[in-house]
Design a protein around this ligand. Structure first.
Ligand code: 5GP
Ligand code: MN
Length: 350
């Protein structure tokens, strides 16, 4: 993504806005941090870095995850204190109802927290803060830290903390959280980080004792045998290449998932392989879940998968990485995707 120009950085990291943020946090008696459904490394890093910091300030927020987080992130600081709403639905709803301040991290609209939490969040009268890097955040927040011009929500949180009077509390645990967020949202520094500011922030994280090699191993070299075989199966048996559209896709049925004892997070990263093929500019992963077909979209260059996701599947995200849910059957969803591709034959030829 682009680098933060000085003007933009001044607007997003306006001192008085940062002061307002911390004064809200410090005066809050029931602070809730909400993550998006299927939380990834960035969302977890963002939420947990804040939790570690706030606890040092004497505020103990409840971090809510709509559903399970991936097991390869369970080593992260305070992850064992996360309230999983799909397991403790009433407790999560009550926490939201009782909250006086709610911080949404790494998502731009409450429906991204899933159908169980969407209404409680919408109905809540808490002061609502968004910290996020997706386009077009909803209008119902009271305080915005929102820009697409950063690698990740975690990097943005590091910028906020660094520009606050609380940077003296910053420590290795927080640095590790932020590092996980930047590393995972940039595909280990391969996209969305073509600027110096991300690397400057990472250099500062290293000074707090982050072991980048160890974190990479914990996150990426932690596959179960079943997960590795699901990847093999996806590439060998379920990858469809459409050279005429410079596109490819992988589709995984419930049976594919069951045969590989699917756990949350096991499909993470699979979508990227479809884009690693020479001449392919657009790829998708379709995963048949309990009640929905989960769609992940990735592209190279100027092909805007956020627009594609919005137009055809009511989803969204970023220009090169987006997602959506389809309520059609798997077969119908694939058919719809293949039909939609026809519109983009020229756009994809680059
Ligand atoms: P992933 O494919 O990794 O699930 O998602 C890629 C990107 O698209 C993420 O930045 C995510 O926040 C966004 N995204 C994923 N699913 C949805 C969705 O259903 N709606 C919207 N608006 N954004 C999504
Ligand atoms: Mn993110």
């Amino acid at each position: 993504m682009l680098f933060l120009s000085f003007n933009l950085k001044n607007i997003i990291l306006d001192k008085s806005k940062i002061e307002q943020f911390f004064s809200k946090v410090e005066s809050s008696s029931n602070l809730v941090i909400v993550m998006h459904k299927n939380p990834d490394g960035d969302c977890m890093g963002a939420a947990l870095a804040l939790k570690v910091l706030f606890q040092k300030l004497g505020v103990n927020p409840i971090v809510i995850s709509p559903n399970n987080f991936p097991s390869f992130l369970s080593w992260m600081p305070l992850s064992d204190e996360i309230l999983i709403a799909s397991k403790e639905k009433e407790k999560a709803k009550l926490a939201i109802a009782e909250a006086d301040t709610i911080i949404s991290v790494d998502f731009n609209a409450f429906h991204r927290a899933g159908s169980d939490l969407e209404n409680p969040l919408l109905e809540s009268e808490a002061y609502k803060i968004i910290i996020d890097h997706h386009i077009e955040p909803e209008k119902y927040f009271d305080l915005y830290f929102s820009t697409t011009q950063t690698s990740s929500t975690s990097e943005l949180i590091f910028d906020i903390i660094e520009n606050s009077q609380y940077f003296s509390h910053f420590n290795k645990e927080m640095a590790e959280c932020i590092y996980v967020g930047i590393m995972t949202d940039t595909g280990s520094f391969s996209y969305a980080c073509n600027n110096s500011s991300t690397y400057k922030s990472v250099a500062k994280l290293m000074e707090f004792g982050v072991d980048g090699e160890a974190i990479h191993r914990l996150v990426y070299d932690n596959y179960s045998f079943d997960r590795m075989r699901l990847l093999g199966h996806s590439l060998y048996n379920k990858l469809v290449v459409m050279p005429e559209y410079h596109a490819s896709y992988i589709w995984l049925s419930k049976e594919d998932l069951k045969n590989h004892k699917f756990q949350t997070g096991d499909a993470e990263g699979i979508v990227n392989y479809g884009l690693s093929i020479q001449g392919i500019n657009f790829t998708a992963l379709f995963t048949e879940r309990e009640d929905v077909i989960r769609i992940s979209l990735r592209s190279k260059g100027d092909f805007d998968v956020n627009k594609f996701a919005r137009k055809h599947f009511s989803g969204g995200g970023h220009i090169n990485a987006s997602g959506a849910d389809s309520h059609l059957t798997l077969e119908e969803t694939l058919q719809k995707f293949e039909n939609a591709l026809k519109e983009y034959k020229n756009d994809l030829n680059f």
